[in-house]
Ligand binder design. Sequence first.
Ligand SMILES: Nc1nc2c(ncn2[C@@H]2O[C@H](COP(=O)(O)OP(=O)(O)OP(=O)(O)O)[C@@H](O)[C@H]2O)c(=O)[nH]1
Ligand SMILES: [Mg+2]
Length: 198
Amino acid sequence: MSTIFIKLIIVGDSGTGKTSIITRHIKYEFSDKAVTIVPNYYQKIMEINGNRYQINIWDLPGQDMSTVISGQFARDAEGIIYCCDATDSRTRDNLKKWEDALKSKEDIEKMKKILIENKCDLLGDEMNYNDNINELRLFSKELGCCNFFRASAKVGHNIDEAVNYLIKDIIKDLKEEAIKENNKKLNKTKSNSKAGCC
Ligand SMILES: Nc1nc2c(ncn2[C@@H]2O[C@H](COP(=O)(O)OP(=O)(O)OP(=O)(O)O)[C@@H](O)[C@H]2O)c(=O)[nH]1
Ligand SMILES: [Mg+2]
């Protein structure tokens, strides 16, 4: 069985919980995290419908946007996870800066994106959970995201759902592309064999 490689990156301000999201998803754990200084990648293997996928998720440091961007870590990525902190709206607004910075280096239009609003465990009962859901939906659309999730790496809420949604959305298109390629080959074979008949 051949392996299909998928590269994801996660970006957002420092302290929004990017490392926590990835370690929750990959290692099923949560602990206080140190600031990420250098980009790290985490790996997971999935088998879906008889295909083997190796997912590499690049955890990028939030405190130094220029290094992240000049390092071209988004190159050849199939997906982007935008991450913000539910308790700090500035981190959400700053995602526009992350988007602009990424756009300045890469063609991110063709990449799939989701938005994770992390730390929703801190919102508390007094907050109406639906208060700004439409605002978040609109914002995620502005970022070109195919979906958005309110999540908590701490309690494990919506983390797997978010990451797996992105992966499946990528795989769906990979499949369509693979089918198109296959059809092209089939048509070529048919026209070649017609040529042979005449
Ligand atoms: N309450 C709560 N705290 C969280 C959650 N996710 C992360 N944290 C805490 O927020 C702090 C920052 O988390 P990190 O995962 O290191 O954040 P980061 O985005 O990777 O930060 P940089 O590496 O600096 O870019 C840590 O103390 C985490 O324990 C969450 O869902 N809820
Ligand atoms: Mg980190």
